[in-house]
Design a protein around this ligand. Structure first.
Ligand code: FMN
Length: 324
């Protein structure tokens, strides 16, 4: 399937694996890229630019296909060494970057000069338009369903993608709630030129996370996510567990007085414990409502082949037969 996204990134299928903290290592990114999608290494999971440079080199050894790096701009007090990460990406010869969080205007000129294509992930039409106006090549439009940070507008993808299609001229992919061939066809129908998946890619053979994380996704239903940190205007969709329910109880009790320090135990530094050690009650971890559509743990290749076969089948058989 050819779209402006497959052409832009030099990939076979219009499927991107979004950056994921402590999930997006070289092993997963390479598996997605080898399967014809665009795998993405999560930049900030690597503690230093030097470590990111080695992760990029590792990915290059695992695939000769294009892959990207995610650079997330976080609302943190001690900003990471962003110039160092940008250098590691450029010197590593990476050709695609997924930016997320804040406006990427400070890093964009460096990537542009290096011929790197930038896809900015955002959760509203106004941010997508901003990304387009500053020169991003594409956007990933992340609906309210998504795992991670859905923003504060709460617009689900049926509306958000159609609105994005009304306003944007650069290509965009649908992100949030995407799981299978049905998602891809729906995304295309709404005007997207591909899809970005996060949660679905965690439940794959190659995702380098503890098996308990994958099993938790298979067991979860679409009712099992919660929104945390809304009072801090840093809303995150996570899978419920005892720590998440404790966090929500604190939010209810403290109301407008809630501060980050009050919930630090449930959110800070918990990713390595969950993703690597499988300590499933350690804290809050991002997970989309799409968990309800995850029933197995295939290889990335099987997953992507299945998505493309299902999408092509829906278009050729079901939709063509329905057309008047
Ligand atoms: C465990 C997990 C960690 C994530 N970490 C990041 C991150 O560090 N940076 C980022 O831009 N997005 C992050 N995301 C968001 C994904 O890249 C993607 O936008 C989102 O998962 C799409 O929604 P879906 O989960 O419904 O597919 C994360 C998502 C998950 C599930």
């Amino acid at each position: 399937m050819k779209t402006r996204i497959t052409e832009m990134f030099g990939i076979e299928h219009p499927i991107i694996q979004g950056g994921m903290h402590y999930v997006g290592f070289a092993q997963l990114a390479a598996a997605v890229s080898n399967a014809g999608g665009l795998g993405i290494i999560t930049g900030l999971t690597q503690k230093t630019p030097q470590l990111l440079a080695s992760e990029i080199a590792k990915c290059r050894a695992l695939t000769d296909k294009p892959f990207g790096v995610n650079l997330t701009f976080l609302p943190t007090v001690n900003a990471p060494d962003y110039p160092g990460y940008v250098r590691a990406i450029i010197e590593g010869g990476v050709k695609a970057v997924e930016t997320a969080g804040n406006n990427p205007s400070s890093v964009l000129p460096f990537f542009k000069d290096a011929g790197i294509k930038v896809i900015h992930k955002c959760t509203s039409v106004r941010h997508a338009l901003k990304a387009q106006s500053i020169g991003c090549d594409a956007v990933s439009v992340d609906g309210f369903e998504c795992g991670g940070h859905p923003g504060e507008d709460d617009v689900p993808n049926f509306i958000l993608l159609a609105r994005a299609a009304e306003e944007l001229t650069i290509p965009f992919v649908a992100s949030g709630g995407m799981a299978d061939g049905r998602s891809l066809v729906a995304a295309l129908a709404l005007g997207a030129e591909g899809m970005n998946m996060g949660t679905r890619f965690i439940a794959t053979q190659e995702a380098p996370v503890h098996d308990k994380v994958k099993q938790a996704l298979v067991a979860a239903s679409e009712l099992d996510t919660r929104l945390v940190m809304r009072p801090l205007r840093n809303t995150e969709r996570v899978l419920t567990n005892a720590a998440v329910e404790r966090l929500l109880a604190k939010e209810r009790a403290l109301g407008a007085n809630l501060k980050f320090e009050d919930i630090i135990e449930e959110v800070a530094g918990v990713y390595p414990r969950i993703m690597m050690e499988g300590d499933m009650e350690a804290g809050a971890w991002s997970c989309g409502m799409v968990a309800g559509l995850i029933h197995d743990i295939p290889t990335c290749k099987d997953l992507i082949d299945r998505i493309m076969a299902q999408a092509n089948g829906i278009i050729r058989q079901r939709l063509l037969a329905l057309a008047g």
